[in-house]
Design a protein around this ligand. Structure first.
Ligand code: ADP
Length: 659
């Protein structure tokens, strides 16, 4: 018989024996490795390790260990799992196979035990248990498939998202999830996987069991076996329905906002009602996705017909010609009575509107209206100006968002229409006022001219000193009146584009000296200080008009410096330009007042006690700019003002002509 002792001693399997009292009688080196120590034969009992535990971690008394139980009961312990702790603190998971040893008489003599180290397997099992717990608790569908596309594993989330149970899905082809139109995606994915490439966050659409299309984001990675060979793929799919929906919603809101902004801006900058209505109709038709849109005025025409079609989008005007005048139809009534918005998903089914336009009122060949939306356009005073109407040949095209957005645009449109009507009204009133001023000034001028003639005749006669004084005063006042009327006439001429100039070359310095001289005679309150060049200052201009400009500016300097301060007048020639300035130390102007100075009839507040029409600067600016010049003002409130104008100089031309 072969002696097995060296074989057992050499064996990679740990084997030891105990006698009937439990003393260890033999152990091979593999046992010492597992225990992490070498027990003393005939002294250590039951096991080479005294720290023994059940798989759940509870300790096992040495006397109750599997080997002890085998010796005590004479029964084998097969496949028991225990954990031991080595002296260095390392834990080992062992599978125990202990068997009793009987002598030839059948008396229990001891036992032998084989220990199998399953530490690694056990850890793998624990890891697997954790992994599968993670897979099962994941919110994402985690599916694995073979390289032929057969589904191998299927977690709870996959069942929840796609509707197939694990039993229904495993063994089937992954194609059950792929819509027919996207089948080629699977080939591309499999190709990547076979080449060891992962597909990351790929957004696509997959099919649920009930046929629903589900937007998903999927990451697919190759699965390798122990030898590193790719044997399949894992697929982690996230249901992004909500994400897609909110992105769509954000996009939609952004689009709506942009549309609102654009239309708001484009209609508020227009003053033409027709243009506003066309833009509003076009924009709302586009935003709602309507097949056509129309704006009807809430008005009665000369034939007594109401609801005049004004603007139209997406349909020919002829399509509406047989639309009739639907004042009393149930479908139009809520809109034109300002009751509110009407939105119907299928107007052909709606008992209220079933036999009325727009459905039955639409002409042959025109799009039948199924989806219907109408929104009243109500002015700030509450008057229903009209209504916006939209139609589409499919059901349920319009939704609450459309109501909101069209309602919003309709209110902006109503404001724009109100404004443009006001603007038209103001324009026509202003035109009437201009007409009146032109007519009145013309009519006043004739009697004034004859009064002046008679007064001049009278003053030539023999009169007492008092009579002479009165006549002179009357003539001065008459001149003032004449100037005012002339200003009004000039303004009317400018408005009508009829102010003409008699151009000639003359010396502006001479003209200025004449004007100052005239002022010095009639006005003794202010001292006019001059700063003038030595030679002549030639300009090509209308002498009378320039005189008018000089009188206006110097006159204002006098009028608006009531404390009788000095006035500085200067004339300069520089860089081919002639510049005239008049500076006073009077009431001055604020920044806001300076912005309005040159407009018609403008008079700064607080100047009511000083006579004037607010036309002088308007006329002066017109005269100067129409001579190719510029006019500007420097002023500080309470400190004084300086008005200047510059004109092209004639000096160079003149000198080149004379040389
Ligand atoms: P008018 O003098 O007839 O009112 P103008 O067109 O000449 O009309 O002037 C417009 C307004 O500008 C004046 O009413 C006055 O308020 C202001 N203004 C003009 N010139 C001066 C000035 N030199 N200083 C202060 N305010 C002035």
């Amino acid at each position: 018989m072969i002696d097995l002792t060296p074989v057992i001693s050499d064996s990679p399997f740990a084997i030891y024996t105990c006698d009937k009292d439990g003393f260890i009688t033999y152990y091979n080196p593999a046992c010492a490795v597992i225990w992490g120590r070498s027990p003393e034969l005939g002294k250590d009992r039951w096991c080479g390790s005294s720290d023994i535990f059940y798989p759940d971690g509870s300790p096992i008394a040495l006397d109750n260990c599997p080997m002890a139980m085998t010796v005590k009961t004479g029964k084998p312990q097969e496949n028991s799992l225990v954990t031991i702790k080595q002296p260095n603190g390392t834990f080992k998971n062992l599978k125990i196979f202990s068997r009793p040893i009987f002598n030839e008489q059948g008396v229990l003599n001891g036992a032998h035990n084989a220990l199998i180290d399953v530490t690694e397997n056990h850890e793998q099992e624990v890891r697997n248990a954790f992994l599968s717990a993670i897979v099962e608790s994941s919110d994402d569908a985690i599916i694995s498939k073979g390289l032929d596309g057969t589904i191998k594993t299927w977690n709870c989330a996959a069942e929840r998202i796609f509707g197939y149970t694990e039993a229904e899905a495993v063994g089937k082809s992954i194609l059950i999830l792929i819509p027919a139109s996207r089948r080629q995606e699977e080939d591309i994915i499999l190709n990547s996987i076979k080449n060891g490439r992962r597909v990351d966050h790929f957004e696509t659409v997959r099919l649920a069991k009930d046929g629903r299309e589900i937007p998903i984001s999927v990451t697919i990675s190759p699965i390798k076996n122990g030898k590193g060979i790719i044997v399949g793929a894992s697929k982690v799919a996230r249901d992004i329905t909500e994400q897609v929906r909110s992105q769509e919603l954000i996009k939609k809101h952004t689009r709506d906002l942009e549309a609102l902004n654009t239309i708001g801006k484009s209609i508020s900058e227009k003053m033409d009602v027709n243009l506003i209505l066309q833009r509003v109709t076009d924009a709302t038709t586009k935003t709602t996705g309507a097949a056509f849109g129309a704006f009807f005025y809430n008005t009665t025409n000369e034939r007594g017909e109401s609801y005049m079609l004004y603007a139209l989008s997406g349909a020919p005007r002829s399509a509406f010609e047989s639309f009739g005048m639907p004042r009393n139809t149930a479908v139009f009534h809520p809109t034109f009575s300002g009751e509110g918005i009407v939105r119907v998903d299928d107007i052909t089914k709606d008992p209220r509107y079933g036999h009325n336009p727009p459905h039955f009122g639409m002409p042959k060949g025109h799009l039948p209206v199924i989806s219907f939306l109408s929104v009243p356009v109500v002015s700030s005073s509450g008057t229903v100006l009209g209504g916006l109407f939209f139609g589409h040949p499919e059901k349920g095209v319009f939704n609450a968002d459309h109501e909101g957005i069209v309602g919003n645009i309709a209110s902006q449109a109503a404001i724009a229409i109100d404004n443009s009507r006001l603007f038209e009204e103001v324009k026509s009133l202003s035109a009437k006022k201009d007409e009146f001023i032109a007519l009145a000034s013309h009519e006043l001028k004739t009697p004034l001219t004859s009064i002046k003639g008679y007064l001049q005749l009278l003053s030539k006669g023999n009169h007492s000193e008092t009579e002479q004084r009165f006549l002179k005063k009357s003539l001065t006042q008459l001149d003032k009146l004449n100037t005012l009327i002339d200003d009004m006439l000039d303004m009317s001429r400018i408005q009508a584009g009829k102010l003409s100039f008699q151009m000639e070359t003359f010396d502006l310095k001479e003209l200025l000296l004449d004007v100052i001289d005239e002022f010095s005679h009639t006005n003794t309150t202010h001292k006019i200080i001059k700063e003038l060049p030595t030679g002549p200052v030639l300009v090509e201009a209308d002498t009378q008009r320039l005189e008018q400009a000089l009188i206006n500016l110097i006159g204002n300097a006098v009028k608006y410096s009531p404390k009788k301060e000095n006035i500085l007048v200067s004339l300069k020639t520089e860089d081919g330009k002639v510049t005239f300035s008049v500076k006073d130390y009077g009431i001055g102007l604020t920044h806001e007042q300076r912005q309005l100075l040159f407009s018609r009839f403008y008079r700064a507040e607080g100047t009511g006690n000083i006579s004037g029409l607010g036309l002088g600067l308007y006329l002066t600016k017109q005269i100067i700019t129409r001579h190719g010049g510029d006019i500007y003002v420097n002023s500080e409130f309470g400190k004084g003002s300086e008005f200047s104008f510059s004109l092209p100089s004639k000096a160079k031309e003149q000198s080149s002509l004379t040389s």
